[in-house]
Design a protein around this ligand. Structure first.
Ligand SMILES: [Zn+2]
Length: 267
């Protein structure tokens, strides 16, 4: 058993929900691993605190619903959900503890970058699917038609950020709408000579950038550029008004950043 597996089992161990065999496996790991032993002790302390907490505060119904809803969202940490069950099992929790636990549950929602369902990170997987051929593209010859289709698809609420990449011999070849985290994302695929570039446009804020993105401030344009990568794929995000644009490509991160900086409009 490794630490990651142990971490997943610790809650169950403390709750006494493991079979004898599982128990032996995790106890063997904990005996040999100080880090997991510490995590396990922490877990016991928290469980005890929850148990001890009594008749001090009742969570308002609306708040409880919000927590329950948050817990149902995919990507919210499993351990937070386990903890939440304990809160919900008892109608009364100590206020300080309640706030602490709430933060634990809501943290990934307040800071989208901490969430594995981060919209910006998911653009990398969409681009990978396009390059890998698992996302089938309907090719359109007329770039204007691609844009019109995308605008119509979101009832004219916004338009894809259009980039002229013809200098790099890249042209829009396909477009589609992707729904990520409840938001419509307009996707335009540029192909030609050199690596494919995918442009994602959606209504958002700079807080949509992954937490670990590198930030570059362009003094002349007064724009923040966020650079992040996964494997061979690199992404650059920036904001123009209420629109967020993320360009993803296999081209070197520095080249991609230079390209987007060159094309971005002064805010
Ligand atoms: Zn361990």
């Amino acid at each position: 058993m490794n630490c990651e597996e142990a971490q997943e089992w610790i809650t169950a161990l403390v709750d006494d929900e493991l079979s004898a065999q599982e128990r032996v496996a995790i106890e063997g790991h904990i005996a040999a691993c100080g880090q997991c032993r510490h995590a396990c002790e922490q877990e016991r302390v928290i469980k005890q605190q929850v148990k001890l907490a009594s008749a001090t505060m009742a969570a308002p119904a609306a708040l409880r619903r919000a927590i329950e809803e948050a817990a149902r969202k995919p990507g919210v940490w499993r351990r937070a959900r386990a903890r939440l069950k304990e809160i919900l099992a008892s109608p009364f929790v100590r206020p300080v503890l309640a706030v602490a636990l709430l933060l634990l549950v809501l943290y990934p929602l307040m800071f989208p970058g901490a969430d594995e369902n981060n919209i910006a990170l998911l653009t990398l997987s969409t681009h990978a699917a396009i390059e890998g051929g698992s996302k089938i593209l309907t090719r359109v010859n007329d770039p204007g038609e691609i844009k019109d289709q995308l605008v119509r698809a979101v009832d004219g609420r916004f338009a894809p950020m259009g980039f002229d990449l013809s200098m790099m011999k890249l042209y829009p070849v396909a477009g589609f709408v992707q729904r990520i985290g409840g938001r419509d994302v307009l996707v335009t695929v540029y192909q030609g000579e050199g690596p494919t570039v995918t442009c994602f446009t959606f209504l958002g804020a700079e807080s949509d950038a992954p937490l670990d993105a590198e930030v570059f401030f362009d003094d002349a344009k007064r724009i923040n550029f966020y650079s992040f990568s996964e494997g061979d794929f690199h992404a650059v995000m920036h904001r123009e008004g209420e629109l967020i644009c993320i360009m993803v490509s296999k081209m070197p991160a520095a080249d991609l950043l230079a390209m987007v900086r060159g094309k971005a409009r002064h805010s």
